[in-house]
Design a protein around this ligand. Structure first.
Ligand code: 5GP
Ligand code: MN
Length: 344
C-alpha cells in the first residue's frame, strides 16, 4: 500500500463523523470533470456499502464523455432540481466536499453548503484550502482528488470494499486529472495505486477509450476549426490563446465536454509554455489556463480573471464581452514576460 499521507487524527475524526451519520451528501465543483465525478461516485459506493443513505449533488451538468460511469445517472444536478437539492442539504448529517477548496467553486450551492447544519469533510488537492469544513483533508501535492480518495478509503480500512465499479471511478479521476498520466504524474505511488486498481478488475485501455475516443464528428471538426482558425501564438511570450464565441459553438453543435482538452493542445508546440482558452458562455466568459514547467498559471488566473487552481492548470471567470476578456489577457502578458521567457 502506498505511504500514508493523510494525518491519523483527520482519519479518526472523519471516521467518527461517518459513524454518527445516516444521511450523507457528496458535493463537488461546478462544471464537474472526471476527477470530481470519479471521486464522488467512488466515495458514494463505499459509503453506501457502509449502510449510509448517500446523495451526490453537482451544481450543473457533467460532460457527456462521463455518461457511461456507473451511478452517474443518480447524481442530482442542482441546476435542474433546485428545490430537491436544497432539501437534500438541509436533511444531511454530513457533507463531503470533494475536489474543491473554497465554497465559491460550487457556485449557487455555496451558501447551502456553508449554512447547512451538517458537519463537513473536505477531500481535495487544490492549494490554499478555505476554512469552512470540520475536517480538512487537503493534499495539493497529489495528482488528483481520486488518488487522495483511494488513500482515504484504505485508511478507513475499506480497501476490500472497493469493487470493480468503484475502482473504475477512481482510475478515471486519476487519468483525467493527469492527461492520461502525461503531467503531474511522476509519483511512483500513482502506479502502485493503478496496480491495485487493476487487481480489482478494471480494464484501463477500455477506460481510456470510453473517455477519450468517444467524440462526436462535430466535436472533432470543431477541434480542426479551432486549431486552424482560432489559435493565436504570442511568440515573444511563449504563449498561445484560443477563443470561441457562442455563435461558433452553436455552429458545431457544442455540448458539455466538447472543448475539454483544447487548452492543452498548444502546449505541444515547441517553446509554448503557457496556453489560455477563452470561451463565451451565455452569461459569462470562462477561462482555462495551462502551463508547462514553473510558470504559475494559477497566479495569472487569480490576478487577471479572479480565479485560481493548480500551478499548471487553473481557471477563472470574466463578466463582460469576449473581446474585453481577450484584451485583459493581451494586456497582462507583458507583465509576465520575464517569468514566461526564462528557461525552466
Ligand atoms: P478547467 O480549465 O479544467 O476548467 O480547470 C482547471 C483547474 O482550475 C481545475 O483544477 C479547477 O478546479 C480550477 N478552476 C477552474 N475554474 C476556476 C475558477 O473560476 N476559479 C478557481 N478558483 N479555480 C478554477
Ligand atoms: Mn481534481
Amino acid at each position: 500500500m502506498p505511504d500514508k499521507v493523510i494525518a491519523e487524527h483527520s482519519i479518526q475524526e472523519a471516521k467518527k463523523l461517518i459513524d454518527s451519520s445516516k444521511r450523507i451528501v457528496i458535493v463537488t465543483h461546478v462544471s464537474p470533470d472526471g476527477d470530481a465525478i470519479g471521486s464522488s461516485l467512488a466515495l458514494c459506493r463505499i459509503l453506501s456499502q457502509m449502510g449510509k443513505h448517500v446523495d451526490v449533488v453537482v451544481p450543473n451538468n457533467y460532460p457527456s464523455f462521463l455518461k457511461w460511469m456507473n451511478g452517474v445517472k443518480d447524481i442530482i444536478v442542482a441546476e435542474w432540481k433546485e428545490v430537491f437539492a436544497k432539501g437534500v442539504f438541509r436533511a444531511a448529517d454530513l457533507i463531503f466536499c470533494l475536489d474543491f477548496n473554497i465554497p465559491k467553486r460550487v457556485q449557487q450551492l455555496a451558501e447551502l453548503v456553508e449554512n447547512a447544519p451538517a458537519k463537513k469533510i473536505m477531500i481535495d488537492h487544490h492549494p490554499q484550502p478555505g476554512d469552512f469544513c470540520d475536517v480538512t483533508i487537503s493534499h495539493p501535492e497529489l495528482s488528483s482528488t481520486s488518488e487522495l480518495l483511494f488513500r482515504f478509503i484504505c485508511a478507513l480500512g475499506m480497501y476490500d470494499a472497493i469493487d470493480k465499479n468503484c475502482a473504475e471511478c477512481i482510475y478515471t479521476g486519476m487519468m483525467t486529472d493527469t492527461g492520461a498520466f502525461t503531467y503531474n504524474s511522476n509519483s511512483p505511488d500513482i502506479y502502485h495505486i493503478i496496480s491495485k486498481l487493476l487487481e480489482k478488475g478494471i480494464n484501463k485501455d477500455i477506460l481510456y477509450q470510453k473517455v477519450y475516443n468517444n467524440y462526436s464528428e462535430s466535436r472533432i471538426r470543431l477541434e480542426g476549426y479551432v486549431l486552424y482558425e482560432k489559435m493565436k501564438i504570442f511568440e515573444d511570450y511563449n504563449a498561445a490563446l484560443i477563443t470561441l464565441s457562442c455563435e461558433e459553438q452553436q455552429r458545431f453543435q457544442w455540448k458539455k465536454g466538447d472543448t475539454e482538452g483544447f487548452v492543452n493542445i498548444p502546449l505541444s508546440i515547441e517553446n509554448i509554455r503557457f496556453s489560455v482558452f477563452i470561451r463565451e458562455e451565455e452569461n459569462m466568459i470562462k477561462i482555462s489556463l495551462r502551463s508547462q514547467g514553473g510558470f504559475p498559471s494559477n497566479q495569472f488566473a487569480a490576478d487577471v480573471f479572479n480565479g485560481g487552481g493548480h500551478l499548471n492548470a487553473s481557471g477563472g471567470e470574466f463578466y463582460g464581452k469576449l473581446e474585453d476578456a481577450v484584451r485583459l489577457f493581451e494586456e497582462a502578458l507583458p507583465r509576465y514576460k520575464e517569468q514566461l521567457t526564462i528557461k525552466n
